[in-house]
Design a protein around this ligand. Structure first.
Ligand code: MOS
Length: 744
């Protein structure tokens, strides 16, 4: 169902990353690459218990060790403040507490002190010499939630009478699904380099949101936000883990404030399993009730996730549930349980990704029970609007996604009988899932400066986490002005620039299109005004609306661009350095339900003789609006599918139940998908513009590719083996369980 008008035709680009050369030559400067004169190194001391309190902190040895400048802790770090609930521009999360606020230990690895020294090695040695005595209690890091009295689920979406409809439904599914803790693990470690000059803080940060970071840091340090500048020019990814400023940032800033010297703090890989968020464990009950022929009459989805002792983090698992299928009766709830684990945070596709594992697995189980093809079952329950919000979709092409995917995958060849399909001596399993993710536009600003040397600068306080923001902005400017890429400078990652969007929620591109287009338009208008005032110009005293800007040249609208004058000549003639324009996107439109959609088709191979399971093939079809650049967009989806294989088969952070420590806190023991595990991936974009989101119809594709992958894999595994795994990751041990459920 397409409701949005058609966008003006534009070429879809295939421009390689404009920052690619900087990255592969090692010239791109990442946060921890900053080495400032007189810089000191901070190393945190991490709690070795997960629940209890500090009874004594002895720094007497540490503070006299070579090179040590200070050992900070609760009593000497100086004033640090809590943040207020989110009110500011692009505020992401609400109240947070500064480090070292009290002597209570609430999770393993909590920072209890920090050493600052002349070298990193001296700081590490002294941090190891800080003697901390604790009163320890047994931590609660339990995985299962059902007996938890504090969960207090709240209703997220409700319509009709789902309990009554379920009670009388002809066919029912009622199952519990689980997803484990996953840790983000971007290759670039989290880091801060803080530089206080006596009045202002310059903070080089690994941040997906420099504007929010500045506002939070200003609150915690107790200074006006104009006294804080946050810089994050390049990121070695983040996956959501770098959206929020974590306690180490405040420790580095406070240390620089106290010592009057720049301070670098790099969070180590093992600390990243403790102190900078993770995707929380979820436990989700899904109830589906249908008529005998598969029409959904009731859908209930109750989700629980763990959070930390002090912070409320809700994993919005039911977000996609209320609009994915048509049903008159639905209820979704979300609850939290507290554990002695650091605060969870957004991880690629937060909510929808674990939520769709549960929902789409349940839909597959329903298809098996109904003996209906799972593609057909989804088509049978396709909604014609968002029934949760009672709003039309801005643009939903899920039916085309699933039909196109089925065609490309060869789904019509599927024999639904478990273990019935073979190829090259291997058992094949085929599975399918639908997916979706929100399409958002945040209020954002950008500036475009046309310079008198023929170059152009576009700037906004957004970030590029590796997804291609530099490239897409260069492309928009080039396509709109005709100025070639080598004369375009894109400036991002600095909170002093006009406020831009977070690099999160797959919303950067969608948010930046309107302000950048407007800024280009206004900068061109400025050139027209300059030309009209310059009596040397052929456009002297012409009205701006008689003029046009094509291929970097100003010309009369009714004449060929070849007759025009280069914009830099107009500026030079008038002795003007730059013609600037500013753009600002308006608030998102709430008259539509705005989402991207997709379908994931998966093939697994299973060799029962040696218990080897492989994901061999994935066909993914994405309705992500107009795709502005196929190169980074395809790369996002491929990366997400690879991550989906990890979610389904490998990724899980394990906590020691005695001490509460994450025990597989390194890249050897935390298993992620390698090249050898990666399937053949076939990505198709439908490329239907969604002009409700912006004039180019572009949404964003950073997260949608991960949604649904794990459910499609679990369904393929069932089809191959007869074993339905409802708790991720799927282990070989799960597949060896006897007796097997046999369903024909
Ligand atoms: Mo994404 S989890 O919004 O960086």
């Amino acid at each position: 169902m397409a409701t949005a008008p058609t966008a003006p035709p534009r070429t879809t680009g295939n421009l390689p990353r404009v920052d690619g050369q900087l990255k592969v030559t090692g010239t791109a400067i990442y946060t921890s690459d900053h080495n400032l004169p007189g810089m000191l190194y901070a190393v945190p001391v991490c709690s070795t218990i997960a629940n209890g309190s500090i009874t004594n902190l002895d720094v007497s040895t540490a503070e006299h060790m070579p090179g040590v400048k200070a050992v900070y802790h609760r009593k000497n770090i100086g004033n640090l403040y809590r943040t207020t609930p989110a009110t500011g521009f692009h505020a992401i999360l609400d109240e947070r507490r500064p480090p070292f606020e009290d002597d209570t230990i609430r999770y393993y690895g909590q920072y209890v002190a920090a050493v600052v020294a002349l070298t990193y090695e001296q700081a590490v040695a002294a941090a190891n010499a800080v003697k901390v005595t604790y009163a320890s209690e047994k931590p609660d890091v339990r995985q299962h939630f059902e007996a938890d009295p504090d969960a207090k689920p709240r209703v997220a979406s409700q319509r009709g009478d789902p309990d009554a409809a379920f009670a009388t439904a002809a066919v029912k599914i009622d199952e519990i699904y689980g997803t484990p803790v996953e840790t983000h693990n971007p290759i670039e470690l989290h880091a801060s380099v803080a530089d206080f000059d006596g009045q202002n803080f310059t903070l080089y940060e690994t941040s997906q949101a420099v504007v929010n970071h500045r506002n939070v840091a200003a609150q915690m340090l107790g200074v006006p936000s104009e006294n804080v500048r946050v810089i994050s020019r390049f990121l070695g990814s983040g996956f959501g883990g770098k959206l929020w400023p974590w306690p180490h940032c405040v420790i580095a800033a406070a240390a620089s404030r106290n010592l009057g010297r720049p301070v670098k703090l790099v969070v180590t890989r093992d600390m990243m399993f403790q102190n900078v968020g993770h995707r929380p464990r979820t436990q989700q009950r899904v109830r589906l009730g249908t008529t005998a022929d598969g029409k959904l009459v009731s859908l209930m989805h109750d989700s629980l996730n763990h959070t930390s002792i002090l912070d409320d983090y809700r994993e919005n698992c039911t977000e996609a549930t209320s609009y994915s299928y048509s049903t008159a009766n639905l209820r979704t709830t979300m609850g939290m349980v507290r554990r002695n684990i650091g605060t969870p945070t957004s991880m690629r596709g937060p909510g929808a990704v674990p939520g769709l594992f549960a929902l789409e697995s349940a839909v597959d189980e329903l298809a098996v029970k109904l003996k209906i093809d799972p593609v057909k079952l989804r088509l049978l329950n396709e909604p014609d609007k968002d029934e949760g919000l009672n709003l039309p979709f801005s643009s939903r092409h899920f039916v085309e996604c699933i039909n196109t995917g089925a065609e490309k995958f060869g789904w019509s060849q599927r024999n639904p009988a478990v273990g019935s399909m073979r190829k090259d001596g291997l058992i094949l399993g085929w599975g399918v899932a639908g997916c979706s993710w929100g399409a958002r536009r945040m209020v954002s600003e950008a500036t475009v400066d046309l310079h008198n040397d023929g170059s152009v600068r576009v700037s906004t306080a957004a970030q590029d986490i590796g997804t291609g923001t530099y490239t897409v902005l260069s492309q928009i400017v080039s396509e709109t002005t005709g100025i070639p890429h080598h004369r375009i400078e894109v400036v991002l990652g600095d909170s002093n620039l006009p406020p831009g969007p977070i690099s999160g929620g797959s919303c950067s591109t969608a948010s930046l299109v309107p302000p950048v287009l407007e800024a280009i338009e206004k900068a061109q208008q400025t050139v027209f005004m300059v030309a009209a005032k310059d009596n040397n110009s052929p456009f002297f005293e012409q009205k701006p609306d008689a003029l046009a800007f094509t291929n970097g040249h100003v010309h009369f609208k009714n004449k060929s661009p070849d007759t025009g004058v280069a914009f830099e000549d107009i500026l030079q003639s008038a002795n003007i350095r730059s013609a600037s324009g500013e753009g600002k996107s308006d608030a998102p439109d709430h008259k539509f339900s705005q989402h991207s959609f997709g379908a994931q088709f998966v093939e697994v191979t299973w060799q029962p003789e040696i218990a080897r399971l492989r994901v061999s093939r994935v066909v993914t079809v994405i309705d992500g609006g107009r795709i502005l650049n196929n190169v980074p967009a395809r790369n996002q989806i491929e990366g997400a599918v690879v991550m989906g294989v990890g979610m389904a088969l490998f990724e899980e952070t394990n906590y020691d139940t005695r001490f509460g420590a994450p025990i597989n806190n390194n890249l050897a023991d935390y298993i992620v998908t390698t090249n050898a595990d990666s399937p053949q991936i076939d990505v198709t974009f439908l490329d239907h513009p969604d002009t409700v989101v912006n004039a180019l119809g572009a949404r964003g594709v950073g997260e949608i590719g991960l949604a649904g992958v794990a459910a499609a894999i679990a369904s393929a595994v069932y089809h191959a083996t007869g074993v339905r795994v409802r708790s991720l990751p799927i282990r070989i041990e799960d597949l060896l369980k006897e007796p097997r459920e046999v369903v024909i």
